[in-house]
Design a protein around this ligand. Sequence first.
Ligand code: ADP
Ligand code: TYD
Length: 213
Amino acid sequence: MEIISSDIQSSRGRFIAFEGIDGSGKSTQIQLFADKLRQKGILCETTMEPTEGPVGTMIRQVLTGKMQMDGKVIAALFAADRLDHLLNASNGIVAKVEKGITVLTDRYYFSSYAYHSVDMPMDWVIRANELSSNTLRPTVTLFIDVDPDIAMERITRNRTHLELFEERSRLVKVREKYLEAFEKLKSVENVLIIDGNRPLDVVAKDIWERIGG
Ligand code: ADP
Ligand code: TYD
């Protein structure tokens, strides 16, 4: 699938969402992919959710246990942070894509569908994110699929403190919810599943061959 090269002629930038459970390698792969795009001369920026904006900052306080909130409120905050991510006047994604910049995001609305539908109906979460999905659907959502045991091993290797959702049983459920969401939305979303259990460079090469050029 030649997603990047064939679109160079188009004046709009691409929008690619990297998804996966915690520890799946999203942040690593997004940087490697961005480096390769830049080497090809493609204007590209990376970003992430939760964002570093005001709503994202509040979310991080909840994730690290400094602030407590009901799960529905957290889900609503993620939806608000996402809209800010798209529409923010100084660095919103929509304006960048319209300017021709390719934007790679570490997490987007499928993260909400997967993480929050463990505790509440997925349809509620999808509806709560409709302003975002109607505003900007990714050119492709790349799901880096990793076995939860491998992901846990990677997460715990370098850290002593785990965040709110970083627990094995939770990651198992979240992975299942991702797959359920992909199946549910397959008629409207373009999702590519990558086997992320392999060594870093093998995964990077696979991603590049499938969507890079
Ligand atoms: P995420 O952003 O999905 O949470 P990271 O990219 O931060 O994941 O990766 C989590 C940890 O696992 C990091 O220490 C990273 O170096 C390591 N890692 C990433 N991809 C692989 C891989 N394919 N094989 C082994 N270790 C990896
Ligand atoms: P992040 O800092 O990206 O963690 P990681 O690098 O491990 O992927 O994401 C923080 C956590 O927020 C992560 O556990 C997933 C969760 N999350 C949600 O629950 N809902 C959402 O909508 C998003 C974007 C993330």
